[in-house]
Write a protein that binds this ligand. Structure first.
Ligand SMILES: NC(=O)c1ccc[n+]([C@@H]2O[C@H](COP(=O)([O-])OP(=O)(O)OC[C@H]3O[C@@H](n4cnc5c(N)ncnc54)[C@H](O)[C@@H]3O)[C@@H](O)[C@H]2O)c1
Length: 375
């Protein structure tokens, strides 16, 4: 390996793969050198000639690129079903790998990917959870996890700011189909929030979800979701998302014993309860009393490096063993949430986590068999 730079190949040059290439070409990842890229679509390779730096080798299959010996690291930026396949291939070849979200479509296939990672512990495996670099969510996690405000009582995420038009859904045959994408808003837009939700609050133990399929668009997968969850400590949570609300909202509220935290697109607010609710109940003597509620300013570092931040940490891990933003093995956690929501909707009842992963695959297979996208 060159000592000071990681030579990187990109698999898939669509929206995201080309975005990564352009960021690197613009010098935003000083420890990464673009060595190669691959896409099965000739027009994507043709377009790549316009933005790729001189000397980057282009391949018409990922396999040829991975066998070329030109790189020591790769990004997998193809449609979701193929994430585990290419990650496993990289790991087995000793090629460090960054996987785009989601980790895969169903947890059973992601378990195989994680087993390959366990078998190749010296090969770096990261997940592109770029929203974890957002100072608002980093601070929110720090405050919740510090224990300073006691236990979580309630989590609520209203994340409907994912409006998508019919034209968007019509822009790629794989999109919004069971066979091509394996789900809708939960698999495409929400993996970021599902990861953050579990990263900050932990995984629930029970999920009761109501999904509407093709409610706002002419698609076969879900575009509207209302899910209720229960945590091991008795806390409850609600997650609502949709791609149908033109003026959607992003509001994440966490109620703790001793505080309320509210994160929106661009702000984080904290109200402290003085004393915390359990302490208040021990000492209060009046019927119409409640803890004093005081808003406290929250300071963050203001940094939000997103995809570039994840890639720079990936390079630093490979070169110097520094921490990743998200390890690849963590991808299964957010996917567990979306799989549990789908399964709950398909079975028409709440499901426990862990759920029956074989049953999930059987139910998904039924939908793939009648998918509009033919195999
Ligand atoms: N982290 C983020 O913020 C973010 C944003 C957008 C997309 N993504 C993820 O990136 C992935 C790609 O999404 P997109 O919007 O770029 O899709 P896209 O359809 O624009 O691009 C996918 C590309 O992969 C190519 N491809 C498909 N199969 C291939 C194969 N076997 N070998 C080589 N190339 C292949 C296609 O020709 C296409 O160019 C998805 O999993 C998506 O969830 C992540």
């Amino acid at each position: 390996m060159a000592n000071d730079k990681v030579r990187l190949g990109i698999i898939g040059l669509g929206n995201m793969g080309s975005g990564h290439a352009k960021n690197i070409a613009a010098g935003k990842c000083p420890e990464i050198e673009l060595a190669a890229a691959a896409d099965i679509a000739p027009e994507k390779l043709e377009a790549a000639r316009g933005y790729m730096p001189e000397g980057v080798r282009l391949f018409s299959t990922a396999e040829e690129m991975l066998d070329s010996g030109l790189m020591e690291a790769a990004i997998v930026a193809v449609p979701h079903y193929d994430h585990p396949r290419y990650v496993i291939r990289c790991l087995e070849a000793g090629i460090h790998v960054m996987c785009e979200k989601p980790a895969g479509v169903y947890t059973k296939q992601v378990r195989e990917m994680n087993a390959a990672a366990a078998a190749h512990p010296d090969t770096v495996f990261g997940m592109m959870f770029n929203q974890r670099t957002n100072h608002i969510y980093r601070k929110l996690r720090e405050l919740v996890r510090s224990g300073r405000y006691g236990e979580i009582r309630r989590t609520n995420w209203l994340i409907t700011s994912w409006f998508r038009s019919q034209k968007y859904y019509d822009s790629g045959a794989w999109r919004a189909s069971w066979r091509g994408e394996g789900g809708g808003v939960l698999l495409n837009q929400c993996p970021h929030q599902l990861d953050l939700w579990q990263w900050i609050c932990g995984l629930p133990v029970r999920v009761d979800a109501h999904l509407s399929y093709g409610k706002w668009h002419d698609i076969e997968v879900e575009d509207d979701v209302s899910a209720y969850v229960e945590y091991a400590n008795g806390a409850t949570g609600v997650f609502i998302t949709s791609t149908g609300d033109a003026g959607g909202t992003n509001r994440f509220e966490i109620q703790l014993d001793g505080a309320k935290l509210v994160a929106t697109e661009d702000s984080l607010r904290l109200w402290e309860y003085r004393p915390s609710t359990p302490e208040f109940e021990k000492i209060n003597t009046e019927a119409w009393n409640s803890p004093e509620i005081v808003e406290v300013p929250v300071e963050t570092d203001g940094q939000n490096p997103q995809h570039v931040g994840v890639l720079n940490a990936f390079a630093a891990r490979i070169l110097r063993g520094e921490p990743l933003v998200a390890s690849g093995e963590e991808g299964i956690r957010g996917l567990t949430l979306s799989n549990a929501m789908h399964l709950s909707s398909w079975l028409g009842r709440p499901v426990e986590i862990p759920f029956d992963e074989e049953l999930y695959w059987q139910e998904l297979s039924k939908r793939i068999a009648v998918s509009r996208l033919k195999g």
